[in-house]
Design a protein around this ligand. Sequence first.
Ligand code: MF3
Ligand code: CO
Length: 256
Amino acid sequence: MITLKSKREIALMHEAGKLLAECHNEIAQLIKPGITTMEIDEYVESFLKKHGATPEQKGYNGYKYATCASINDEICHGFPRKNPLNEGDIVTIDSVFNLNGALADSAWTYSVGTVSKQAQTLMDITYQALYKGIEQAQVGNRLGDIGHAIQSFVESTGFSVVRDFTGHGIGPTLHEPPQILHFGLPHKGLRLKEGMVITIEPMVNTGKYNSKLDKNGWTARTVDGSLSAQYEHTIAITKEGPLLLTDQGESNSFSL
Ligand code: MF3
Ligand code: CO
């Protein structure tokens, strides 16, 4: 069942989202060659504790960490680890914050030092793809409008959109209906209503869209070894248009 949120519930999720956005801004400052994704995970845990919030991913289906940290050809659900990040890597940090029972979910791809031109282009395209989707997150539009906007934009660049992982409704639990596909047909699918809160979180590969799962049962990576990036916001559907609950402001945004 799709739950519609009241203004008050959305305001509480927005508080969780602002905290998560602030944490992403801090992570942006921390990421450089030599830091480990385990150190970033520990930083996020202590940030949560300091602000009276909890990591929703920790314990979710047995997941052990506050963050997912997916490097280069890893698409999503990478485990934080003790290996240092290298100059030229790209790394996606994904976390779900719970503040007084209200959730917010946001993933961001960061460059480690200077990255290749291809990696930078991938990040730019993926970020823009997220905003193409957000533009369609309007009362009365259909889910296919979101998916189509993302897919047609990404494929026009020669990159591909991952099919095996999707966005989702969020609140009161992390993964709620509906599924938000990042591909699809315009004017098809469920109609968006005021009070829905969803994530849009396109994962884009420089090569083919196919993914495979590591032996750990969690981490997805590209089959062809190509690079993958992801940007994710939590968004409320309102009469006034899409409301970004995890907006980072100017500090960490790209030019569109
Ligand atoms: N933030 C992820 C998402 O977008 C959560 C993955 S579930 C986890 O849905 F347990 F792996 F963290
Ligand atoms: Co999500």
